[in-house]
Design a protein around this ligand. Sequence first.
Ligand SMILES: Cc1ncc(COP(=O)(O)O)c(C=O)c1O
Length: 463
Amino acid sequence: MKDKLFEQVYDYLLERIRRGEWKAHEKLPSVRTLAAEFNVHRLTVFKAYQLLKQNRNVYVKDKSGYYVQPGGILAMDSQQDPIVSAYVHESHLSEIHQVQAAYQFSKALLDPNLLPNHYFSEYVKKVFDLYPKVLGTYSTTQGDQELREALCRYFTNEHHFYLTMDELLITSGSQEAIDLIARVLVKARDAVLLERPTYSPAIDVFRRQGARIIPIEIHRYGYDLDQVEMFMQKYKPRLFYLNPTFHNPTGYTVPAVQRKRLVELAEKYQCLLIEDDPYRDIYFGEEPPLPFFSYDTAGSVIYIRSFSKYVAPGLGIAAAACHPSLMKLLLKAKSLSDSGAPLLNQKIFLHYFFSERMQQHLAKLRIALSIRKDIMEEELSVTDWNWSSPTGGFNLWVKLPESIQMESLLSKGMEQSITFVPGSICDPLREYTSWVRLSYSYLNEQQLREGLKRLVSLTRSLC
Ligand SMILES: Cc1ncc(COP(=O)(O)O)c(C=O)c1O
């Protein structure tokens, strides 16, 4: 972790320069000041400054310090057409998703053929019959009342949540909920704990806020809770973003004992837990442990449940549950971006999700996905690659031989119409350079076999 710490300091400084917090020719804080602020060795800050200098973002005045270079990142922004947004931030994952390929192991999305597509129209018709004015109406910003009531009952019955519908917000997917939370709760230099590895766009979102990211390793058995406690004590993080059930990308599930303990730690150190839970229903054996939110009595957890992964990705519906004081803030932020998730989508989702057909369909889906996972593992069994078999979710987190050059595997893979997610983009420290995330959810059985044969042979040729 330590040898890449300087890159985090570098990213952080660059972000602040880009935001215009320091102007051209303005003096930057000394190495000593930043080292004390970040609680890191001075050499780490020195290395970050050297990299900034090398990339012409800062210049040095002898015995005086570092200054913002006028032709650096500032100029890059100002050279743009002023009509084009000057504050564009990249999402590494979405860049990969834009590549058209026949064998998309990069997509943690359901194969559309596994959805009951021809039944959907029945629900659409039902919604128009029940609510003839649905297209002429906005939802409320917080979300359709009927849907929130139904979800409240569902969460109470399924997960023992203690919740009223005023504590639920409907968003257009969990990505939006993460973004709203980051906007509302995180300002530049706030410490944020992130699992390592983690869902890549979450890194991008918290980085955009200028957060100081503190990685917490996730293992097959969960976290090192002593380390978590130490970090909560030392860095006083604003929040800990986690995806503890069939985690993306590893597939790991944090056990129940750790969930209870972590909620206690969150309360003790006033660190919010952001529990992102899109894969909970996709289990291959036993049901996973209850969400963290079920153990929370002090309002220390925000629970995000996306349904876009397997119910109807095209509807893009998620729900966020939290304490009323936080809900007020999220609502304010949401009202600045839209007037609520589209009402038509919410109504279709409501009638489809709570139908008997959906529940039967879900059981079939679990079987179909577990077969796809088995096929993937069978194809990979001819290699000496390492992974631990997930008990749910969409992904296999695979370690390739150390000698692999990931950049060249990715570009040669694309030439052969194969995409996957390189491990480094799931890592706040940009390591895990010989790991990949391979999703088994999007491709059918033949495509999985053929694509993996190609990927294995390509990888061997590059080792
Ligand atoms: C952990 C995690 N969070 C959030 C999302 C985004 O979900 P949504 O499509 O609901 O925005 C994903 C999608 O891959 C995910 O894996």
